[in-house]
Ligand binder design. Structure first.
Ligand code: CP3
Length: 369
């Protein structure tokens, strides 16, 4: 039963549940959740990818005290980082502080975040025997993430929705195969082209794990989930359809129904119709596609999220406002637009500009009552 449909039953008083369980979560009525459902909103909701991160001095201070991974595994601190960031910038949703690569550890690989180099995963998965050695993801192994969701949900304002997330199968597979970041994805595409059976087996294993992991976050209190397919734009549409689409679709169709899914990628201008086929209530757009054209490709029966270039946040405030206004004009007040960047906030971004952007989106999109 949807929360909104719950009403007080006419039972004898001893059977009446505690009133708190009958109140639909206040965050369900937030502009962000309404936009996820393509309902009318009083203003365009906005949050920013990587809104909790190094551009914020509160975050840098905490990171001086402990490594990134240890922070991810400390529910109290995750909640503090998540809530502080969302409140400091006035975002309409909080995104859990975590990482798309946390699932590789319980699948039997090592994970390190080295200064300057980004994530390092070992040993890289390069052949069928490597895939067979991977452990089936036990969702319980990521209990620290669900605890963090519960803690954050409890600490957030009741009307602020919390977004859970995971990497999409392709982007997670690419990190496992390359052993870290990559420019050309040669090992990843090499496996696809040379050994499609091994590729699909790896993608199936990751996808099964992701379903349990996302369900764990939803059960713990995530109101929406975002699937990050950050690097999928390196593929041709044909390769996307053959090697990726069925797996992303299996994840989106496999998770608990009733929770909006945001399906995000970058460099996807030529893939939008296929990403739509893979699924998602809201499709992410980056700045390389104009928002109205991207939305037309996605179809107006879905919502879109985006799509300011993160570099625009380095400009002066009047330029930033003007660029935000152009995006809002392209969205044309249609229900189902969530304002965001086309990719994450850059570490050198001034926090005042982030606040100015969020204020501008709210102000410029305010609908007449
Ligand atoms: O968006 C948020 O504020 C929530 C937290 C979040 C992080 N990573 C925290 C993080 C989210 C949603 C992610 C997702 C993520 N992680 C993606 C998809 C989004 C994207 O940007 O494409 C990817 C590809 C990763 C993998 C990853 N994790 C990389 C490539 C890096 C290093 C890059 C860098 O900026 O150093 C990380 C580390 C990471 N994840 C940091 C943060 C705040 C930086 C860690 C630090 O040094 O403090």
């Amino acid at each position: 039963m949807r929360d909104e449909e719950k009403t007080v039953p006419s039972h004898p008083s001893s059977l009446i549940p505690h009133p708190s369980s009958l109140i639909p979560h206040p965050w369900q009525h937030s502009p962000f959740m309404r936009a996820c459902r393509r309902e009318p909103v009083p203003f365009t909701p906005v949050w920013l990818m990587r809104q909790a991160g190094r551009y914020m001095k509160e975050y840098r201070a905490l990171r001086e005290r402990m490594p990134f991974l240890q922070l991810c595994k400390s529910p109290d601190l995750v909640s503090e980082v998540t809530v502080t960031a969302a409140e400091r910038i006035g975002a309409d949703a909080a995104i859990l502080f975590a990482d798309i690569l946390l699932i590789v550890e319980p699948m039997g690989l090592t994970l390190e975040y080295s200064k300057g180099e980004g994530p390092v995963i070992g040993p890289p998965v390069r052949c069928g025997a490597d895939v067979d050695r991977l452990r089936e993801l036990d969702p319980a192994a990521l209990d620290y993430v669900y605890q963090a969701v519960r803690q954050t949900r409890a600490d957030l304002k009741p009307e602020t929705p919390l977004i859970g997330f995971a990497g999409a199968p392709f982007t997670v597979a690419s990190y496992m195969i390359e052993g870290g970041a990559s420019r050309g994805f040669e090992w990843t595409k090499g496996m696809m082209y040379r050994d499609p059976g091994v590729w699909h087996e790896l993608m199936r294993r990751i996808s099964r794990g992701l379903i349990g992991y996302l369900d764990g976050q939803i059960e713990a209190g995530a109101g929406a989930v975002q699937l990050f397919d950050s690097w999928v734009g390196c593929l041709s549409p044909e390769d996307y359809r053959e090697f990726v689409l069925p797996h992303s679709r299996a994840v989106i169709e496999g998770i608990r129904p009733g929770t909006p899914v945001i399906h995000f990628g970058t460099g996807t201008a030529t893939l939008l119709e296929d990403i739509r086929e893979a699924g998602g209530d809201i499709i992410g757009l980056d700045w390389r596609v104009e928002l109205d054209r991207g939305w037309a490709a996605v179809g107006h029966d879905r919502g879109v999220q985006g799509n300011l270039d993160p570099v625009a946040l380095l400009a002066d405030v009047p330029t930033l406002r003007e660029r935000a206004a152009r995006i809002l004009a392209r969205a044309a007040g249609r229900p189902g637009h969530i304002f965001n960047l086309g990719h994450g906030i850059l570490p050198q971004t001034p926090v005042e500009n982030v606040v100015a952007l969020i204020d501008a989106v709210h102000e410029l999109s305010e609908r007449a009552a």
